[in-house]
Design a binder for this molecule. Structure first.
Ligand code: 5GP
Length: 210
């Protein structure tokens, strides 16, 4: 578990739309001690979205003001029209709550976070195949033929960035992929580098180092 003295472990989850990324992020956040980062965006809220639950919705003017004020850990213009960004204050919120932080962000944002926080753990979600992604996008029934083609091409481009991430989770079966993403969280927390203080304490109880 994260202690008050330890910096929050930051998990970055990316993957193409239709890969089941948001569902897997929810599974990751179910692990005790996790906090979901709330991003800011300039895109309009969808009917199902409650402001402040997954996103804070801002005007472009307000978003630009926050960029100028250096309030974002990372931000990007996604799909070429809307801005999305992670407020630095989310890291503070996690630190204050002694929790680890989960970011669901695109590949541009992920590389910015990795530069600033090299210890962040990147998890890339992939659909099992192009055919399966196409089938899922069609089953949603919300996109035109043109939009489906655009999303498939977008997915191909995004997936070429997979090697920047420490882990790849192929979402072939939601239940199983959910267990795998939770296993990554548990393993990342057990890294020796994050547990040095505790291990040293145990060593000391044996009368110190040899
Ligand atoms: P949507 O509009 O469908 O909710 O999200 C579109 C894309 O924006 C997704 O790929 C999502 O991961 C990405 N995204 C959401 N929040 C952020 C953020 O704070 N920063 C960045 N860079 N991308 C984000």
């Amino acid at each position: 578990m994260t202690t008050a003295q330890t910096d929050p472990l930051v998990f970055i989850v990316s993957g193409p739309s239709g890969s089941g990324k948001s569902t897997l992020v929810r599974k990751l956040v179910e692990v005790p001690g996790m906090l979901l980062s709330i991003s800011c965006t300039t895109r309009p809220a969808r009917a199902s979205e409650v402001p402040g639950q997954w996103y804070n919705f801002l005007s472009e003017e307000e978003f630009r003001r926050r960029i100028e004020a250096d309030e974002f850990l990372e931000y990007a213009c996604v799909f070429g029209h809307h801005y999305y960004g992670t407020p630095r204050s989310e890291l503070e919120r996690a630190r204050a709550a002694a929790k680890d932080l989960v970011l669901e962000i695109d590949v541009q944002g992920a590389s910015q976070v990795k530069r600033k926080l090299p210890g962040a753990v990147g998890i890339f979600i992939l659909p099992p195949s192009r055919e399966e992604l196409e089938r899922r996008l069609r089953a949603r029934g919300q996109d035109s033929e043109e939009e489906i083609e655009r999303r498939l091409e977008g997915a191909r481009q995004e997936m070429t960035a997979y090697s920047q991430y420490e882990y790849a989770v192929v979402n072939d079966d939601m239940e199983d992929a959910g267990r795998r993403i939770q296993a990554i969280a548990v393993a990342a927390r057990l890294a020796t580098g994050r547990n040095r203080a505790r291990v040293e304490e145990i060593l000391a109880s044996f009368g110190g180092k040899s």
